[in-house]
Write a protein that binds this ligand. Structure first.
Ligand code: LMR
Length: 484
């Protein structure tokens, strides 16, 4: 069985010129073989073209450097599988007449299962930074991983990411989409829609079901996929079930993501899931892990604006303290409306305590009653907002809410939790916790209650975060916003 390059000279495949270089002998794709691939150049990028490797026709498309061995690998892909093969790629200076060669190194097969490029994105990857081929102002490509990619939230989010509205219109991105075996067809459907949307900034779409492959080189990981609580399931069961997913994903991020990857956990219970991911990813700074509470902040802003009879862009400085659950504390004390304390504009303290607060805490449940499913579009918008808050400087004097790692926080919240706090950013993806907010007795008691709940959740997942003496004794009011 010869492993040989079987294309005829000049064959056009998916818009790239294919030029066979040599015949080579070898066995099946799992045995040692030597093949030369030829790259053609499409309008903006160098792409590797098709070749036969073993008995299968592959499209070679992606190059990565194995950090440990410093070796280059190309991904070869067929419709059904893909394979990593050690290769060397001619640098851009040796690319002549739109052709570059990639030499596969014999006997170097390595099989990264579970991730594959999709459709048109298999032939448009920028193999090397060829500046003259790209708009001069574009930044280096960002790789964004999305789990639960075939779900409703992602269906809204992915198109925002691909359009440039989140990371900026000068920021090309690669999307790595993680699904499950069950959602494989739906994942392909999402990729097809992304293809058909012709987003110029979207340079790659990869789909797969193995976190250890899909998370490779991730700059951002948006962890949306989680199991909903099923009938008869105790909350402790949900913590354990989803906790296992996030432990595995934390490990995968630790193994293959960029060392400075920013992680935003959306799947519920998101604070504790984020803590589990963090604890399973010791290589990644703890500060890089977030749990989404921006949705709650947006809900709080909307309610304050409604009560004040103003549009919501007049409302700022809204903090959500604590857990993304019904113990969360939407802070009206430090909030501002038109730059003035919200409590001076809305003087009805009873309303703030007894109507505003529970309305925000239980908004998720109110939505589920209407829709018969969890919020999706507004969650996607709030994920976009949360990212934008980290990649753009926070307006002077304002802040945003995010569930962040508590160790060393200025509010005396117990260390080693993921707790929603007021944050501000310089726009570099990093943030600092805003100190010195006013905490009165009302806020203090509620913040403590949410802290207690998170400490109890942490005990329940002790087995997933390397803690000893775990036991699960959740306070009665431990519920997600959607559970009442
Ligand atoms: C939301 O806040 O809309 C969701 O987290 C609701 C839920 O409990 O799933």
């Amino acid at each position: 069985m010869a492993a040989a390059l079987l294309q005829a000279p000049g064959v056009q495949i998916s818009g790239c010129r294919v030029q066979p270089q040599q015949q080579s002998s070898g066995g099946s794709s799992s045995s040692s073989s030597s093949t030369t691939l030829v790259a053609g150049q499409s309008s903006r990028s160098v792409v590797l073209s098709s070749a036969y490797f073993g008995r299968s026709k592959f499209v070679a498309r992606r190059l990565w450097i194995d950090k440990a061995s410093k070796k280059e690998f190309c991904v070869l892909r067929t419709k059904k599988q893909q394979q990593g093969v050690q290769c060397s790629v001619a640098d851009s200076s040796t690319i002549q007449d739109s052709v570059a060669t990639t030499q596969l190194i014999p006997g170097s097969e390595k099989t990264p299962e579970g991730v594959e490029c999709y459709g048109v994105f298999c032939v448009t990857y920028d193999l090397k930074e060829i500046d003259e081929q790209k708009p001069k102002t574009w930044k280096k490509m960002l790789r964004v991983v999305v789990s639960g990619a075939a779900g409703m939230i992602s269906n809204h989010l992915l198109f925002k990411l691909a359009s440039g509205e989140v990371f900026g219109h000068d920021q090309p991105i690669a999307l790595n989409l993680l699904g499950s075996e069950r959602s494989r067809d739906a994942l392909e459907g999402v990729a097809m829609e992304l293809e058909d949307s012709l987003f110029p900034l979207l340079r790659e779409v990869n789909i797969g079901i193995e976190a250890t492959e899909v998370f490779r080189d991730a700059d951002w990981a948006l962890l949306i996929g989680a199991k909903p609580r099923g009938p008869g399931m105790e909350r402790a069961d949900l913590l354990d079930l989803n906790g296992q997913i996030f432990a595995e994903q934390g490990k995968a991020l630790n193994a293959v993501a960029s060392p400075d990857v920013k992680v935003l956990v959306v799947g519920n219970p998101c604070n504790t899931n984020a803590l589990i991911a963090l604890k399973n990813a010791p290589r990644i700074p703890s500060k890089n892990f977030h749990a989404l509470t921006r949705l709650d902040e947006n809900r709080a802003k909307c309610q304050l604006a409604l009560k004040a009879g103003l549009f919501y862009d007049n409302v700022s400085n809204v903090t959500i303290w604590g857990n993304h659950s019904t113990t969360q504390v939407p802070d009206f004390l430090n909030a501002k409306i038109n730059g003035k304390p919200a409590t001076e504009v809305i003087t009805d303290r009873k309303w703030l305590e007894e109507e505003f607060t529970p309305r925000v805490q239980t908004r998720g449940g109110a939505l589920i009653k209407k829709w018969d499913r969890s919020s999706a579009a507004s969650t996607a918008v709030s994920i976009a907002d949360a990212i934008k808050s980290l990649v753009n400087p926070t307006p002077k004097g304002d802040w945003f809410s995010s569930g962040v790692f508590t160790t060393g926080n200025p509010y005396g919240i117990a260390d080693d939790l993921i707790f929603s706090l007021p944050c501000r950013s310089k726009g570099d993806g990093d943030y600092e916790i805003v100190p010195d907010l006013q905490i009165d007795n009302y806020l203090y008691e509620r913040i403590k209650k949410s802290e207690k709940e998170l400490l109890a959740e942490k005990k329940c997942v002790a087995h997933l975060i390397g803690d000893e003496n775990g036991y699960c004794d959740l306070p009665e009011d431990t519920t997600l916003p959607g559970e009442q």
